[in-house]
Design a protein around this ligand. Structure first.
Ligand code: GLU
Length: 446
């Protein structure tokens, strides 16, 4: 494979799809060497096939807001790759959603899902619907209108959506209700992230954050470091940030920052149960601001317009959005003595930021390894649904532990460089790629 030629070709075919092109380039550059050791992959044009989604479904979503005005949004489902299992991946509602964003996320999801050890292909969907400031009734009507179009294309053995940015338990509930009405079947396995009384899995709400911290624990253990006593800066305050803050605190770390689009909350004394619970309230308020946290808890200070990375910390955990940690942020973290950065958001760091962190030789791991606990637990939800049973929280948590450990092991296996430095980006990409590539090869040209 020649990465530059492949990228030139993709740039020509998909002009302006910057996030998608960024995600593809990162993977191709890191797998190039391993790929070229397998002439059978080259012959079967595996990479050329893998970078294009199997199919893209786009649709119009029309709904009526509380004022009676008609609103039109765009809806998408990108079914990226089904070599190792049915399509699986979240749905994102955010005003910036476009095809490039969902293609990048679907591409990443393919590798991430392969890492989980479970049989799940890769997909992503969403809409440019902006939940900020919407009433509960508006969110319900939008979710119903979205599902009215999507339902033909999904199913427990076809494509299984879940939550992502802007889509949590409430939205999954409204979408499931509409799906059930249209399909006239109680197919619990069609969506994951469901409520506990109607097919949801215990630990799924916490799983992305918990899994991330289990992964960080493994990284630290290998490097002879400890979470206990470490200071942690987290960006975001949604579901993923909440799970990460909860587990980091449980494991003895001090979460000294959370952030929102409006600024950062400096929280020098760390989290309490009450503070962690309040993060959920903040998210549910649909206002997308973090400042009220510092009004409620007076030992915390709100700093307007600043990012979480301006706070001196040992460990930085991006938990919000892609490219939220730039090269300048990486330099600031390094100057402040940060020794570990783990992406919990998908593609949370820019390529320049990753290069700076790796150059400095600090611990760095990519989202597709660190945040895989979320989709892995979705896979466990699908298993429980298929078996018509539900496991105890301890059982799900033990399986999540096992999965995060095996992802870490896979990264070490494929990512250890001659110097002994573990390149987790390379490790995760090669491990995920090999599994999908072999399956595609064995299934012939389809
Ligand atoms: N949106 C999550 C992710 O990025 C979860 C997807 C899922 O559970 O299907 O992996």
């Amino acid at each position: 494979m020649n990465v530059q030629n492949l990228m030139t070709d993709l740039e020509r075919k998909h002009p302006g799809e910057s996030e998608y092109l960024q995600a593809v380039r990162e993977v191709l550059e890191s797998i190039e060497e391993a790929y070229n050791e397998h002439p059978e992959f080259e012959q079967a044009k595996i990479v050329e096939r893998m970078v294009e989604p199997d199919r893209i479904i786009t649709f119009r979503v029309t709904w009526v807001d509380d004022a009676g005005a008609i609103q039109t949004n765009l809806g998408y489902r990108v079914q990226f790759n089904s070599a190792i299992g049915p399509y699986k991946g979240g749905i994102r509602f955010h005003r910036a959603v476009n095809l490039s964003m969902l293609k990048f996320l679907g591409f990443e999801q393919t590798f991430k899902n392969a890492l989980t050890t479970l049989p799940m292909g890769g997909a992503k969907g969403g809409s440019d619907f902006d939940p900020v400031g919407k009433s509960n009734a508006e969110i319900m009507r939008f979710c119903q209108a979205f599902m009215l179009e999507l339902w033909h294309n999904i199913g427990p053995d076809t494509d299984v959506p879940a939550g992502d940015v802007g889509v949590g338990g409430r939205e999954i509930g409204y979408m499931y209700g509409m799906y059930k009405k249209l399909a006239r079947e109680y197919n619990t396995g069609v969506l994951t992230g469901k409520g506990m009384t109607w097919g949801g899995s215990l630990v799924r709400p916490e799983a992305t954050g918990f899994g991330a911290l289990y992964f960080v624990q493994h990284m630290l253990q290998r490097a002879g470091r400890e979470l206990k006593g470490a200071t942690v800066a987290i960006s975001g305050f949604g579901n993923v940030a909440w799970g990460a803050a909860k587990k980091a605190t449980e494991l003895g770390a001090r979460v000294i920052a959370i952030s929102g689009p409006d600024g950062v909350v400096y929280n020098p004394n760390g989290m309490t149960d009450e503070k962690i619970a309040y993060m959920l309230e903040l998210r549910a308020s649909n206002r997308n601001i973090v400042a009220p946290f510092a009004e409620k808890f007076t030992d915390a200070t709100f700093i307007s317009g600043k990012k979480a990375w301006s706070i001196k910390c040992d460990i930085a955990l991006p938990c919000a959005f892609q490219n939220e940690l730039t090269e300048a942020d990486a330099e600031e973290l390094l100057a402040n003595g940060t020794w570990c950065v783990a992406e919990v958001s998908n593609m949370g760091c820019t390529p320049e930021a990753i290069a700076a962190l790796q150059r400095a030789g600090i611990l760095f791991a990519p989202g597709k390894a660190v945040n895989a606990g979320g989709v892995a637990t979705s896979g466990l939800e699908m298993t429980q649904n298929a078996m018509h049973i539900s496991w105890a929280a301890e059982e799900v948590d033990a399986k999540l532990h096992y999965i995060m450990n095996s992802i870490h092991e896979a990264c070490v296996k494929y990512g250890t460089e001659p110097s002994g430095y573990i390149n987790y980006v390379k490790g995760a990409n090669i491990a995920g790629f090999m599994k999908v590539a072999r399956a595609m090869l064995e299934q012939g040209v389809v």
